[in-house]
Design a protein around this ligand. Structure first.
Ligand SMILES: Cc1cc2nc3c(=O)[nH]c(=O)nc-3n(C[C@H](O)[C@H](O)[C@H](O)COP(=O)(O)OP(=O)(O)OC[C@H]3O[C@@H](n4cnc5c(N)ncnc54)[C@H](O)[C@@H]3O)c2cc1C
Length: 496
């Protein structure tokens, strides 16, 4: 067993590829685009650079076990600077801005000064954040695999104890949505900050985990952002001897006598000893095989996964916005309508201080409107109004932003809109989604990452472990290769 094909060159594909090379396999990644990274990407329009796949990265701090995974993948090391934005998020008020600081004591003091009547809820929020601090997603080895490097996680016992004391609170927060948690505050700024931090449909555990991640000095923005990170990983992969074939669309995974034997590309069969599928699992199990696959865990995924998706708007603004916060939320008196909803609040990322993101004196700004608008855009496509609707959305956003930020009025020279259809076309993900919503009452599910009925077939990617995102992509790539090693009696040699 030697030759392995990896379908997809996103973060999970690159991760699987690097771990597999380190364990001695002969690896080819087949990627349908002309570039690696998948959702972890950014692009230029008219001189502006739009960060499109990473706002913050779990595991950017050395204290988080996932840092070692990023480091093994060539994504992070001592030479890669990581920017920890603080305040992480700011509510733009006419009078006084309200900030989500990373430091919990500072946050508590600040929020109390803004809204003394919310004292009880502010104290609870800050206690929750403290309780969840020092809990990180562990990086586990699967049962039955032999690993060359045993990782002793620092302070594991004290972390375990801390985790145990947080469990009752996790259970009660899991019964509440982020929206419900936020709505307990009387002050609009606090409510909107919390809802902007994590979409309001997610359970409140996700919100507090996110805030705790930031409080621990994690969740930074590495140099080069999403594209820079995938570029470092792709280079590392190639340095280790891996091959990436771009512009190569895999049509089918070939299965013979209940074993994956290769893939079909443009009518040609490429044979291999094993196949690792890193395309969104939800889409792959329906589309990449002769018949949709129906193993128990796959049907469970079909039933439970609630895809999270967005419309992305990038703006190139001929104005220097460096006097404004880097990440801000604002509420409008007059909403605009979009896909059947009234939008009152927008969160924007202001990249004015990032070198190379915009021409001198100009600013690249991005915003995402989270929500399932897939059918809306599909319908617009079928009706022939897709481009007009994109324009209408961009203009509505620019118009409302101009009411809050008069310095941008008539200064937007570039706009770009990506819809769920864009993501679907670009990455082949289910409905163009790039994470899974862990709503209230949702269970912490991790799907196996290896087929139970087809030998030599493995899965990795954001969908394998809700809510997904970059760390899950990286870690599930590692896990898939541990299954491969286990099944082939190979020692897993990744340094983490
Ligand atoms: C706007 C936005 C903001 C985000 N912000 C964050 C953030 O701040 N933090 C965070 O952790 N995550 C964030 N994410 C999510 C994160 O980017 C994704 O979850 C992650 O990149 C998914 O990686 P993946 O490898 O699992 O899948 P993908 O990125 O979907 O990679 C799959 C790859 O397979 C390729 N492919 C698909 N079909 C085929 C085929 N048939 N043949 C060959 N190749 C194929 C695709 O082109 C793609 O390269 C964000 C995503 C978006 C869109």
């Amino acid at each position: 067993m030697n030759k392995v094909i990896i379908v997809g060159g996103g973060i999970s594909g690159l991760s699987a590829g690097i771990y597999a090379l380190q364990s001695g396999f002969d690896i080819t990644i087949l990627e349908k685009q002309n570039i690696h990274g998948g959702n972890s990407t950014s692009w230029r329009r008219g001189g502006y650079f739009f960060e499109g796949g990473m706002h913050w990265l779990t595991g950017s701090s050395k204290e988080n076990p996932i840092y070692k995974v990023w480091s093994n993948l060539g994504a992070l090391d001592d030479d890669v600077s990581v920017y920890n934005r603080d305040p992480f998020l700011t509510y733009l008020d006419n009078g006084q801005n309200v900030c989500l600081y990373r430091d919990v004591d500072k946050l508590e003091k600040h929020l109390l000064s803004i809204s003394p009547s919310d004292k009880k809820e502010i104290k609870t929020l800050c206690n929750d954040i403290k309780k969840f601090s020092a809990i990180s997603m562990p990086v586990m080895d699967i049962k039955g695999v032999t690993v060359k490097y045993k990782d002793k996680q620092k302070g594991s016992l004290s972390k375990l104890l801390k985790m145990l004391t947080a469990i009752p609170r996790m259970i009660s927060l899991n019964k509440m949505s982020t929206g419900e948690y936020a709505d307990r505050f009387s002050h609009i700024a606090i409510r909107e900050l919390l809802k902007a931090e994590i979409p309001e449909g997610y359970d409140a555990t996700s919100l507090i985990f996110t805030l705790a991640t930031l409080a621990m000095g994690d969740g930074g923005y590495p140099d080069g952002g999403s594209l820079g990170m995938s570029l470092r990983m792709a280079k590392h992969f190639e340095r280790l001897g891996g091959v990436i074939k771009y512009n190569t669309l895999v049509k089918k995974v070939l299965v013979k006598e209940d074993k994956a034997i290769g893939v079909l590309v443009d009518g040609d069969e490429i044979l291999a000893d094993a196949v690792v599928v890193t395309v969104d699992t939800l889409s792959a199990i329906d589309n990449l095989f002769d018949e949709p696959l129906h193993e128990k865990w796959m049907d469970m995924m079909r039933e439970n996964a609630k895809p999270s998706m967005c419309s992305f708007i990038g703006l190139g603004i001929k104005a220097d916005l460096s006097d404004l916060p880097e990440n801000m939320v604002m509420t409008f008196d007059q909403p605009f309508s979009y896909a059947g909803s009234e939008i009152y609040t927008i969160e924007i990322n202001n990249y004015s201080t990032f070198k190379g993101y915009a021409p001198e004196g100009c600013t690249s700004v991005t915003t995402t409107l989270i929500g399932d608008t897939y059918d809306y855009w599909k319908n617009a496509k079928e009706q022939g109004t897709y481009d007009d609707e994109k324009k209408r959305l961009a203009e509505a956003v620019i118009d409302r932003l101009s009411t809050k930020l008069p310095q941008i009025k008539d200064k937007v020279e570039v706009w770009d809109v990506a819809t769920p259809l864009t993501y679907e076309r670009y990455c082949g993900t289910y409905k163009g989604s790039w994470m899974t919503e862990t709503g209230k009452g949702s269970k912490m599910i991790t799907y196996p990452g290896a087929s139970e009925e087809i030998a030599s077939l493995y899965f990795a990617g954001q969908r394998i472990q809700p809510p997904g995102g970059l760390p899950v992509a990286a870690v599930t790539g590692r896990t898939a290769i541990q299954y491969l090693c286990r099944d082939t009696d190979t020692v897993f040699q990744g340094k983490m």
